[in-house]
Design a protein around this ligand. Structure first.
Ligand SMILES: NC(=O)C1=CN([C@@H]2O[C@H](COP(=O)(O)OP(=O)(O)OC[C@H]3O[C@@H](n4cnc5c(N)ncnc54)[C@H](O)[C@@H]3O)[C@@H](O)[C@H]2O)C=CC1
Ligand SMILES: O=C(O)CCC(=O)C(=O)O
Length: 401
């Protein structure tokens, strides 16, 4: 198996990959046209990336079977193009969430106490206790969390340590779950903005979340509140945020930017870098040793499973049973050719198999195949399947959703 690592990757991860006996090309500087050319020229099976973008063209001209995002968000990979070519995409959920929560709290505290400006002025030889003596403080204040995934859950624990109240907006969190987590639940983003002294965003970037934090949201924020974004720049309407920094005297801590450079070095000039009401970091949320080692271990686990079993943990582009309407349960003798017989009959009927699992029972005499299909096979097809002497029985069930 040939693995291309086209991003910076921990030594422990490279050692783990080597221990699997796979052939590794570690070429962290590849991107855009150089990555596309490399994938077209050599038949790599697996591609490992962090922030490096993976386009449809790269995927289409490659022999890849698996792309691993060594991190949480996978918006930098053209997942649709991967799905169209039968390429699996997997990520490492929850492996860098503590690190991001640490940075989010770092930004939150820094914004409240204006730590970066304190440091800058002292470095210029200015003593300005008078100017910096106005902070809200965290104790007893309300932290509003947007999204309730791995990072938000880490945020709750840290907020508790600071004596903060937490309220969250999430699509899936019921009042019962909120109560069990010991937090409040906002019914929508406006409610969340109205209730929070500090807001921290932790949603993945999707077509629904792009620009989700819009003018209405910023208009609803409390005057002088702090806004933290360590998720993706694109979830925020940048113009609306910039306006609210002035009109509502907000202060923002940002780790992510629309159009930020892909690699470790580059230039960044934009209205967010020089605004005195913004503390900006260089997309370093996941960049702690602990997080990078955890991500590297998980990446090695994913490649190992793929190598040894063909199965991939944490796949993000398998839509389980979405198009299936019926499932066939075929009990049969464990003999060569039985499944081929079943599939041949389904093919003749134009029935498309969505998923299939064949389980061998103890003693290896009999097996049960569960075959999800996109439409109900006719009674004639079911009867034809049963004609095979090695088929004991066939049941067809409609999937209830
Ligand atoms: N700054 C950095 O270095 C890092 C940034 N991230 C970013 O943070 C994001 C969140 O990370 P995790 O918490 O680990 O991911 P996660 O997958 O555990 O949580 C994402 C949450 O977003 C929610 N969500 C998605 N669409 C939504 C919508 N339309 N409305 C409301 N909620 C919605 C999901 O329900 C889920 O709870 C990542 O997708 C990534 O973009 C992640 C790791 C490092
Ligand atoms: O690997 C990185 O530094 C980026 C981390 C990140 O944004 C993610 O895991 O979603």
């Amino acid at each position: 198996m040939k693995v291309l690592v086209a991003d910076k990757f921990e030594d422990s991860g490279l050692a783990g990959l080597r221990s699997l006996g796979v052939e590794i090309a570690y070429e962290p500087d590849l991107k855009d046209t150089t990555l596309a050319a490399r994938l077209a020229e050599e038949p790599f099976d697996v591609l490992i990336v962090r922030s490096t973008k993976v386009s449809a063209e790269m995927i289409e001209n490659s022999r890849l079977g698996l792309i691993v995002r060594a991190g949480a968000g996978y918006n930098t990979i053209d997942v649709g193009a991967a799905s169209a070519r039968g390429v699996l995409v997997a990520n490492c959920p929850g492996k860098n969430s503590q690190a991001v929560a640490e940075l989010a709290f770092g930004l939150l505290l820094a914004c409240d106490r204006k730590i970066a400006d304190n440091v800058a002025q002292l470095r210029e030889g200015k003593w300005n206790k008078a100017g910096f003596s106005k902070a809200r403080g965290l104790y007893g204040r309300t932290l509003g969390l947007i999204g309730m995934g791995n990072i938000s859950q880490e945020m709750i624990q840290r907020a508790r340590g600071f004596g903060m109240n937490v309220v969250a907006y999430s699509r899936w969190m019921s009042p019962e779950i909120a109560a069990a987590l010991g937090i409040g639940r906002a019914a929508n983003l406006i409610e969340l903005a109205q209730q929070s002294d500090f807001v921290s965003v932790h949603v993945s970037l999707t077509k629904e979340t792009r620009g989700m934090l819009d003018k209405k949201f910023f208009d609803a924020m409390r005057n002088g509140a702090v806004f933290i974004n360590t998720s993706r720049g694109e979830v925020v309407d940048q113009a609306a945020m910039l306006e609210a920094l002035d009109t509502k005297e907000l202060f923002a801590g940002l780790d992510v930017f629309e159009g930020e450079p892909e690699g470790g070095k580059g230039s960044y000039e934009g209205p967010l870098a020089n605004n005195p009401r913004i503390y900006a970091t260089h997309h370093i949320g996941a960049s702690t040793e602990q997080a990078q080692e955890a991500v590297a271990d998980e990446t090695v686990r994913i490649v190992r499973e793929y190598l040894l079993t063909g199965m991939v943990p944490n796949v993000v582009n398998v839509k389980r049973g979405e198009a299936a309407s019926h499932v066939l349960i075929v009990r049969h003798a464990d003999r060569v050719g039985v499944l081929a017989h079943v599939l041949e009959i389904l093919k003749g009927e134009g029935v498309s198999v969505q998923e299939m699992e064949n389980v061998i029972l103890g003693g290896a005499q009999a097996a049960i195949a569960q075959i999800s299909v996109d439409k109900e096979p006719s009674p004639a097809a079911t009867a034809a399947i049963k004609l095979n002497a090695n088929v004991f029985d066939v049941n067809v069930m409609a999937i209830q959703r």
